[in-house]
Design a protein around this ligand. Structure first.
Ligand code: AMP
Ligand code: MG
Length: 434
């Protein structure tokens, strides 16, 4: 349950607003923008970020074609329902017909090019094959057709270029390639695409209490869930992940892990150990290996967050440094701060718009009488009435809430919610696709 707001707080360091934190993440990430591109098969490009516009060299569709099985005609040849025309040719998809002889119909199948001269297609449901008067079939053995409805010129014809005209830019650089974007690229004949190289991200979890699933749970231990959540989020975001596993709560071990992680990565993401406790070694370790800012962000879940950079071995200016984001250890906190903060860093590094998706105003189907002083991100789910249900336990350790929820309510600091109030809903699908 939501803990009651504390009565009085000790004088604390002023918290950083999430908007300020995001602006600083963007500013700190832009100098690390990825520049290298690679040209890869369109087959392999799902989820990649396009680095060059895709232009079409052709019209799509490349020719007028039919969207129905039926008969291609000149509309003017069918002035009345019941008109009978001889069938002069048969045109399956993939076959190019002859110009349509006046006063005839062409049997035609979906996707086939409409023959020159025809300007309409009559669907076969409105046609009836008729035997020839002499009982034999007509010229070429195709018989005749009775057309039961007067066609309108243009009906059931998909015109050349109605989707894409030759010369048009169909995908712009900076687009994340979705399945439908790959389909569009393929439809204009693009067999390869120029994309940004994948961000290389090193991941490790800190905590002496952590044990991998599959191993027995010793007293005092918990299973390492963040490793799976964060690794999955990175993979889903198109990153090349180097996973350094669990790092013990010791300064030397943390420094060594940072050095190894920095060697081959653009960004290091860690979970746990960023608070100010004596067992939290990330801050001093990153300070020793590079530079760090520690933030207390006015958000819930997810208050502590560290942002900085770790020098790569070699020490030369060329070797540079890997960016560093240290996420809080609580599973929901690390999940939510990844969605809001790490994805912002990754987007800025890839030249994508780093702004959070715009929230949708939707009605709350719950009461939230005791809001936090910090901006809250509540785990909610859209119900069949289009209103938002609240997961009953909003604790930052309750991972079931993250699986149950299909979105977050972005609730301003100190704002109580009554059933029916409009709240700001961020669909997870939008956050995850960033
Ligand atoms: P910390 O930020 O290291 O103080 O951790 C805060 C809380 O999150 C503690 O209860 C930890 O046991 C828990 N925690 C830290 N890392 C993980 C992890 N990788 N998986 C699951 N829980 C974690
Ligand atoms: Mg810890």
């Amino acid at each position: 349950m939501n803990a009651p707001a504390p009565q009085a707080r000790p004088a604390a360091r002023a918290l950083l607003s999430l908007d300020d934190a995001l602006a600083r993440l963007v500013a700190g990430s832009l100098p690390h923008a990825l520049a290298q591109t690679e040209t890869i098969s369109t087959f392999e490009a799902l989820g990649r970020v396009l680095a060059a516009d895709v232009r079409s060299m052709l019209d799509v569709p490349p020719a007028d074609n039919t969207s129905m099985d039926g008969y291609a005609v000149r509309a003017a040849d069918v002035p009345a329902a019941g008109t009978v025309l001889p069938v002069s040719q048969r045109i399956p998809a993939g076959v190019v017909g002859e110009p349509l002889a006046p006063g005839t119909a062409a049997r035609i199948f979906t996707g086939a090019q409409v023959p020159p001269g025809a300007d309409a297609v009559v669907m076969q449901e409105q046609c009836e094959a008729v035997p020839d008067p002499d009982g034999a079939s007509g010229a070429g053995g195709l018989g005749r057709v009775r057309i039961q409805a007067i066609p309108e010129a243009g009906q059931w014809v998909r015109w050349r270029g109605e989707d894409v005209c030759a010369g048009a830019t169909v995908l712009v650089r900076g687009t994340r390639l979705t399945p439908q974007a790959l389909g569009l690229a393929a439809s204009v004949g693009a067999g390869t695409l120029t994309v940004l190289r994948r961000p290389r991200v090193a991941l490790f979890s800190t905590g002496d209490e952590l044990v991998m699933p599959g191993e027995p749970l010793k007293p005092g231990a918990i299973y390492n869930s963040n490793r799976f959540t964060l690794r999955g989020l990175l993979q889903a975001g198109g990153c090349e992940v180097s996973d350094f596993g669990i790092v013990p709560d010791r300064l030397d071990a943390t420094r060594q892990a940072l050095q190894r992680a920095a060697a081959g990565s653009d960004l290091i993401v860690t979970s746990g150990g960023v608070s100010v406790g004596e067992e939290d070694h990330l801050r001093p370790a990153v300070r020793a290996e590079g530079r760090i800012e520690n933030w207390q962000i006015a958000m819930k879940p997810g208050k502590p967050l560290a942002f900085g950079a770790v020098r790569r071995p070699g020490g030369s200016a060329q070797a540079g440094e890997a960016l560093f984001v240290g996420l809080p250890g609580n599973p929901v906190s690390s999940y939510v701060t990844f969605l809001l903060c790490v994805s912002t860093v990754l987007r800025a590094m890839q030249g994508l718009d780093p702004a959070l998706p715009a929230p949708l105003p939707l009605a709350a189907a719950f009461d939230w009488p005791r809001p936090d002083k910090r901006r809250e991100f509540l785990r909610v789910r859209l119900n069949a009435e289009g209103a938002l249900e609240l997961f009953p336990n909003q604790s930052s350790g309750v991972l079931t809430s993250a699986v149950w929820a299909d979105g977050l309510v972005d609730n301003p600091a100190g704002r109580s919610i009554a059933r029916g109030d409009k709240v700001r809903y961020l669909p997870l699908a939008e956050l995850l696709a960033r």
